[in-house]
Structures are given as C-alpha cells and as structure tokens.
Design a protein around this ligand. Structure first.
Ligand SMILES: Nc1ncnc2c1ncn2[C@@H]1O[C@H](COP(=O)(O)OP(=O)(O)OP(=O)(O)O)[C@@H](O)[C@H]1O
Length: 351
C-alpha cells in the first residue's frame, strides 16, 4: 500500500516528492500558502500536475509529462478517501446513510452497507446519532461522521486536510484521540499546520515551505531538532509526554508536572502530553524553595538569540529569558539549572 508522490504544479510553484509507507501516517506540515492543499488535490485526483507520477500500492494514479500517455484516475476510482476541514455530509441523508454511501457505491447491498456504517459510527462514538440528519448534529459530531464515512469506503490511502481546523477547541482533544485510534496501521497523509497534530498522529513529518519540502524525518526528530524556521517556531512549544496521575503529568523519567487539563479531563493513567511555551518558563540555578510551581531540573545544551531574548535550550525543553537574566545566571552549555513553570501555564492534552 505504499504511496509514492513526485509531482510538480508549475502554476503554483509546488514541486515535492515523498513516500508514505504502508500503515504509516505522514504529516505534511507547513504555513499558509506552502502548497499543502495543492499536494492533497493532486493526490486525490482533483488536480492534474504538469509533470510527475503518483502511485498507490504499485498502481499509477496520476502520470503527467513523462512523454508517454498521461494517466489521471478519477477521484472515485483511486481507493483514496479525502477528509476535508468541513465535514461535507449530504444534508438530505441520515448520518447512517451518509456513512453507508461509500460501501453502497462500491456495489454493496443496502443492508450490508448499513451494517458497515453502524460499525464505523460505533468506532467514532456516535452510533446513537445514526438516524439524525447532518443539520441536527454538532460540528464535532459531523466531523466524526465524516471520519466514519471516509473509513467506511475502505480506502487504501486516507487524506486528511486539517481535520480539526474548523472545530471548537473544546472538542479537538477527544476527536484527536479518536483519530489516533482509527488511523493506527492505516496509510495516511495528514495535512496540518498544528505541531500537536503531527506529534500525536504522525509517524513521520515532511515540512513544506514555498512549495518545497525543507525538512523530513521522524516526528520527534523534526520537532525536537527542527531544520526549518517554520518548524522551529512550531516546535518552539515545549511538549512532555507522560501519564495523567492525580492532577499531574508523570513522565517516563519520573518528573511530576502539574498542569491544566482540557475538558473532559484525562482519566487516571491516560497517556497525555504537557504543552507550554518557552515564554512561560522562568530559569533559576536552584529550585526555588517553598514554591508551589513546577520545578524541572535541566542541563543547558545551548543558547541562541530569539527575538530580543535568549532561548535557553536543553535536550527536551526551551525557556526564553532576557539577555540580562542569562548573563546574571551565567548560563552556558553544560550548566545545571531549574526551569520553573506555573501549573496554569501548562496545558495538558490527552493523547
Ligand atoms: N486555485 C488556485 N489557482 C492558482 N494558484 C493557487 C490556487 N490555489 C492555491 N494557489 C497558490 O498555490 C500556492 C500553494 O497554495 P496551497 O493552497 O496549496 O497552500 P496551503 O499550504 O494549502 O495553504 P493553506 O494552509 O493556506 O491552505 C500558493 O502560492 C497559492 O497562492
């Protein structure tokens, strides 16, 4: 099921090549206008590139400008499902029949395709909404229905276009968790400008800027040692994974970090990630005594200028301090320090 993409759309200045291995999720991360939607359109068969080749499981879906005969397999025939930012459900069909649409149009009988649809609605947690029309459910529920519809079509490749972008932030953690579950072991190309989506959903990341891939690799490497300015900005956020334990995140290295959980709060023992900006971190040489704040012992790995401040980096975390503070603390690579963050500044997301 490997997906191979190598195509140029000259009019949009987009020319990229990448592969998504079978069962893998690749996040295509990039700022506005970088070319993400162009890649999705070509992958989905909605746009003909000027040159290149797009191939899924050894089958040529798009071939252009190679001198031979051009190929453009139409969208419905590519075994590719596209989940857009907006759910785009058929308004006159029930949620169940929206989801049954894919299997039905592949020739499955009415009752069998409804059985498949019911299974997928249960999988995304909205089986009780099967009889409703799209106009009678919330945006988050509609997006769940759209996920179920995309998967019920049994695609060999799933394309996700900023699946959380149009949703209220209150419902995104739960949907992200559902996606994490249903995307496991599928071949997925996820377009996003949200580093958290990449961190939580993708095995690998390709960073696209100005129509070119500027960084590429395992998600944790790209986010922790970014090679492009855009990823560095995104990855500037501190993220620590752990489990939720009595109001705090407990990391694998034994740290206990108090934070502010989203709604609904994670269950005890759930996998979570603590996220906080470098600007929320104060740097001390010793843990401040009697402070109710989080105190994380660190070793400084390097210092770099960052918008008039000094970014203090460790292998996992960053803090922004004034140049005066950096000088007073005598911070240098190899120095031991303590990063201090208030619980209110740390957002905790369920994985
Ligand atoms: N229909 C179009 N016709 C011509 N040029 C387009 C069209 N759509 C996008 N472009 C241009 O192609 C380039 C890539 O745009 P694209 O929409 O692929 O970026 P994107 O990464 O998806 O951005 P966003 O995050 O804002 O959706 C941009 O320069 C854009 O202006």
């Amino acid at each position: 099921m490997t997906f191979r993409y190598d195509a140029a759309v000259a009019g949009r200045g987009v020319d990229v090549a990448f592969e998504v291995a079978a069962g893998e999720t690749l996040a295509l991360l990039g700022p506005n206008g970088a070319g993400k939607s162009t890649v999705l359109d070509v992958a989905a068969g909605l746009l003909r590139p000027d040159s290149g080749r797009v191939e899924l499981a050894g089958r040529a879906l798009t071939v252009a400008g190679a001198g031979g005969r051009d190929v453009l397999v139409p969208p419905h025939d590519r075994q590719v499902s596209l989940l857009a930012q907006e759910p785009l459900l058929f308004p006159h069909l029930s949620v169940l029949d929206n989801v049954a649409f894919g299997p039905r149009s592949r020739g499955m009988g009415r009752s069998a395709s409804r059985d498949v649809a019911r299974r997928w609605l249960a999988e995304v947690g909205i089986e009780d909404l099967a009889a409703r029309r799209p106009g009678e459910i919330s945006g988050g529920q509609a997006q769940r229905a759209a996920v179920a519809r995309a998967l019920a079509a049994d695609p060999r490749l799933l394309l996700l276009d900023e699946p959380m972008a149009a949703l209220d932030v209150a419902v995104t953690p739960a949907l992200r968790q559902t996606l994490r579950r249903v995307l496991a072991d599928r071949t997925v190309l996820l377009v996003t400008h949200d580093a958290l989506d990449a961190l939580l959903l993708a095995d690998r990341v390709a960073v696209i800027e100005g129509g070119r891939i500027v960084d590429h690799g395992e998600t944790s490497r790209v986010l922790s040692r970014p090679r492009s300015r855009f990823t560095a900005q995104l990855a500037g956020l501190n993220m620590l994974a752990g489990t939720w334990d009595d109001g705090a995140v407990r990391t694998a290295t034994g740290l206990r970090i108090e934070g502010t959980p989203g709604d609904p709060a994670p269950a005890a023992g759930a996998d979570v990630v603590a996220v906080f900006p470098p600007g929320a971190v104060s740097v001390f040489l010793e843990p401040p005594g009697g402070s109710p704040r989080n105190a994380l012992p660190v070793t400084v790995t390097h210092l770099e200028p960052h918008g008039g401040q000094v970014r203090v980096r460790t292998t996992e975390l960053s803090a922004d301090v004034t140049p005066q503070a950096a000088a007073e603390l005598d911070l240098a690579p190899g120095a031991s320090a303590c990063f201090v963050v208030k619980a209110a500044e740390i957002a905790v997301h369920a994985l």
